[in-house]
Design a protein around this ligand. Structure first.
Ligand code: UD1
Length: 343
């Protein structure tokens, strides 16, 4: 069933995953309101969204740490039925340096939004969680019942605590229905090249570093370690195409809005189910770009885990969602986007 004219708030809707999700929501007929403080994104993203969907979402530049502004927003938009909450800080290293910034940004704002949703007769809430909650899991692929391991960083801790805060709130709030999506490694850009990932400064993540090296913005990629106990010695991750990931949010929201959920708090892995090594990602890039990538092997990066890839059975069978795109297709979209941004 397509739900028309339901109003959905997307916090962090100008960011990488947020903007792709806004596109998919608008394509499905939802009315979207974005809140973003533009601390790690740009208002220009609105133009990209508009050019893809031929519709401009409402946008309010609000810092969600300002509780009174959050309250005022929900008073003005009392007809919001669902919230997809992306707004958060996500740099692991920075979170170690500035833990309180991360707890305030990622936990404080979550609490303010949940408080507003608890005042409603019915509300649906989707939370951006991460496979980081599993740490180095004992078994691959990782199922949702794998134990949550002690967080390695304040960033990881905010995802674990965020999930617990939502679960505790749902327990005592039957009108609140929530799903936490545990993303594996989101990559790529919209096939139109109108929106994509725009890291500020030196990218910390593999794929933007590769494409920036490919385009000549970085001299060479450092591959962090080739002595891991994996097929070729480099780390294994589950790289999920951002448009596939965005669609998972819409399906999760529809599940809640249609009352199809079996519990008022549920958790799903969102990945492809396939692990790729760093060298395989580089090979994929070289194939789709027809370019040799300049890279060297360096020491391991502290805090990196050896391997993480998802068991996606739960999302496949219960959500009815499955990733559609291959690693090559996702890399191609990332490369097209990088070339467009630099042209
Ligand atoms: C990282 C975070 C994770 C967070 C995610 C958000 C760490 C330890 N983990 O995941 O908590 O949820 O980003 O996007 O920071 N690599 C290189 N060279 C590079 C960059 C990366 O070899 O220049 C390798 C890494 O060692 C890793 C793989 O590429 O094996 C993926 O790295 P990255 O994109 O940073 O993601 P994660 O570390 O999986």
């Amino acid at each position: 069933m397509t739900l028309l004219y339901m109003k959905v708030l997307v916090t962090g809707g100008l960011g990488f995953i947020g903007s792709h999700t806004v596109v998919e929501l608008q394509n499905e007929g939802y009315e979207v309101v974005i809140i973003d403080d533009c601390s790690n994104s740009s208002e220009n993203v609105l133009e990209g969204i508009t050019s893809i969907t031929e519709k401009t979402p409402l946008f309010e530049k609000i810092d969600l740490k300002e509780k009174n502004k959050v309250e005022d927003f929900f008073k003005r938009h009392h007809d919001i039925e669902g919230v997809i909450h992306f707004a958060a800080s996500k740099a692991v290293g920075e979170s170690v340096e500035k833990p309180l910034l991360y707890y305030e940004n990622n936990i404080g704002t979550l609490v303010y939004i949940l408080k507003e949703l608890c005042n409603k007769n019915k509300a649906s809430f989707i939370f951006s969680s991460s496979c980081t909650v599993y740490g180095q899991a004992d078994k691959m692929p990782i199922t949702e019942s794998a134990p949550v391991k002690m967080a390695e960083s304040p960033y990881g801790n905010t995802k674990q605590m965020g999930e617990e805060i939502i679960a505790d709130t749902c327990k005592v709030t039957p009108s609140l229905n929530a799903i936490a999506l545990r993303y594996f490694n989101p990559i790529g850009a919209h096939p139109s090249s109108q929106i994509g990932e725009l890291p500020i400064g030196v990218p910390q993540n593999l794929v933007p570093f590769i494409t920036q090296t490919g385009v000549g913005l970085r001299e060479e990629l450092s591959v962090f370690g080739d002595d891991y106990p994996t097929e070729d010695g480099t780390c294994v991750r589950d790289y999920i195409y951002v448009v596939d990931l965005a669609k998972a949010h819409v399906i999760a929201l529809q599940r809640l809005m249609n009352g199809k959920n079996s519990n008022n708090y549920e958790v799903f892995n969102v990945g492809t189910g396939t692990g790729s090594t760093v060298l395989e990602v580089i090979q994929s890039f070289e194939k789709i770009s027809d370019k040799k990538l300049n890279y060297k092997i360096v020491d391991r990066r502290p805090g990196d885990i050896t391997s993480a890839y998802a068991d996606t059975t739960k999302a496949n069978e219960i959500l009815g969602w499955k990733s559609q795109y291959t690693l090559d297709e996702a890399m191609k979209s990332a490369w097209d986007w990088e070339q467009k941004v630099r042209s």
